[in-house]
Design a binder for this molecule. Structure first.
Ligand code: ACO
Length: 410
């Protein structure tokens, strides 16, 4: 359980002990049956199923169903779930006004926070979350609409018309179609051979990013949810927390670093900087707070990353640089000794770039996938009769009690 500082409260009415645990690194804030992580051994399980097996055998929608229902669907259950998602995927026409209110170069995460938060203004009728049916409708509505909202953010930024979701496409195909479809050429139909790789890679990334127990954004969703706030407000809060560079922004940081390194010849110089204790530079996309031997998600995605790059129709020197950096670091004694392996975000940023996703949409991609986890946690906590309002304490370090002087005497 780590080594939290135990502080004995000294104020008169403040009896007992509490733990001082900045960042809650050693404090379990809830019980959850959704995701299990063993950082030492590199194990990640969703509802008991190893991430490797889910990635190998399932679609993202099957995994989303698993996270919220607790078990994998059979064919009939999956068809019904797909029907529910398709049924709730279309955006209310009045939402267009919200997008129009944003300048074309607004950050897509800013639009995501605003538009998702606004959903509570559109769906008053099922905001009574004491009703389990309403809770389920809200949860599936979020999973259904988030790709359409994300794609609309991108289309707004390039001034292109919004594309409606289609019932004949699966979840990831639909997202790519809503992003890239043009009236004159049907993206998926025209180049299905290339896009099969894109769809497969996206499906995999969405599965790998779907949940990761009590990370900052999920904890934010649970904390907001503990007050009884409506689900759209809770998910908007989660998106806001994900936006931070220390959380959802890591894959974007990998791309910035690659740009800064520039050429394969400069890799040794940057590896030396990463090892230099007087230099704050770190190799982005390497190391992990929880996974200390390897990130199981990185092991899964690595091969797909190489596949996507091999088939990419837009060769980019950054991709060669990324692969050379990976090879170099994996053979370097410092990185081997400190067990600093590429993490999932080293590969996810590169894949997204190869798929033509703009860099400022990378965190949005993460948000689409993580919505499944967020709503699963929200459903778990709102269905839990033992839920209490989240209310962390603090270690007060300010002045002791003093007297207020009237203004003329200060
Ligand atoms: N490059 C160079 N050295 C590193 C790196 C790195 N990326 N990561 C850790 N180290 C070194 C540290 O300097 C430290 O060295 P020391 O023992 O000589 O002091 C040692 O490895 C241990 O590092 P810590 O910072 O204690 O490890 P921690 O678990 O706190 O940090 C973290 C993990 C934040 C992810 C870190 O590895 C890092 O900054 N990585 C780069 C950023 C990144 O890729 N973030 C995304 C994480 S994945 C995700 O969030 C989905």
């Amino acid at each position: 359980l780590g080594n939290p500082t135990v502080d004995v409260r000294t104020l008169k009415n403040d009896l007992g002990y509490f733990t001082f645990d900045p960042g809650f690194v050693s404090t379990a804030s809830c019980k959850s049956a959704i995701t299990y992580i063993d950082g030492e051994q590199g194990i990640l399980l969703y509802r008991g199923y190893p991430i490797e097996e889910l990635a190998e055998n399932c679609s993202f929608l099957e995994v989303a169903y698993l996270l919220i229902h607790g078990d994998l669907p059979n064919e009939q259950e999956l068809n019904h779930f797909k029907f529910e998602i398709d049924d709730r995927a279309v955006l209310h026409e009045s939402l267009r006004v919200f997008f129009d209110g944003f300048h074309y170069d607004a950050h897509p995460m800013a639009m995501m926070v605003g538009v998702v938060g606004s959903l509570s203004a559109f769906y008053h009728s099922d905001l009574d979350i004491s009703d389990p049916d309403n809770r389920y409708i809200c949860a599936t509505r979020m999973i259904a609409k988030i790709p359409a909202i994300a794609a609309a953010c991108y289309r707004h930024s390039i001034g292109a018309p919004f594309v409606y979701p289609r019932v004949d496409l699966d979840y990831c195909e639909n997202f790519l179609n809503m992003m890239f479809s043009r009236p004159e050429k049907r993206f998926l139909e025209q180049a299905r051979s290339i896009d099969e790789t894109a769809v497969k890679a996206l499906n995999l990334l969405f599965i790998l990013h779907a949940d990761h127990e009590q990370n900052a954004s999920t904890s934010t969703v649970r904390l907001a949810g503990s007050t009884g706030a409506n689900p759209y407000a809770c998910i908007a809060a989660g998106i806001a927390a994900l936006w931070g560079p220390a959380h959802g922004g890591a894959n974007e940081a990998v791309l910035s670093m690659l740009k800064e390194i520039g050429t394969v010849e400069r890799i040794p110089e940057y590896i030396a900087k990463a090892k230099d204790k007087d230099d704050p530079f770190r190799l982005m996309g390497f190391g992990h707070r929880v996974y200390k031997n390897f990130d199981p998600r990185a092991t899964i995605i690595r091969q797909t990353c190489h596949e996507v790059l091999r088939q990419s129709c837009q060769p980019d020197p950054l991709f060669d640089l990324a692969m050379a950096l990976e090879e170099y670091a994996l053979q370097d004694d410092y990185f081997i000794e400190k067990k600093l392996y590429p993490n999932v975000d080293f590969y996810s940023g590169i894949i997204y770039k190869a798929l033509g996703i703009p860099v400022d949409m990378f965190t949005v991609m993460f948000a689409i996938a993580r919505t499944a986890g967020w709503v699963a946690h929200w459903l778990e906590m709102t269905g839990d009769t033992g839920n209490v309002i989240g209310r962390p304490r603090q270690l007060y370090v300010g002045p002791s009690q003093r007297e207020v002087m009237p203004l003329h005497r200060r």
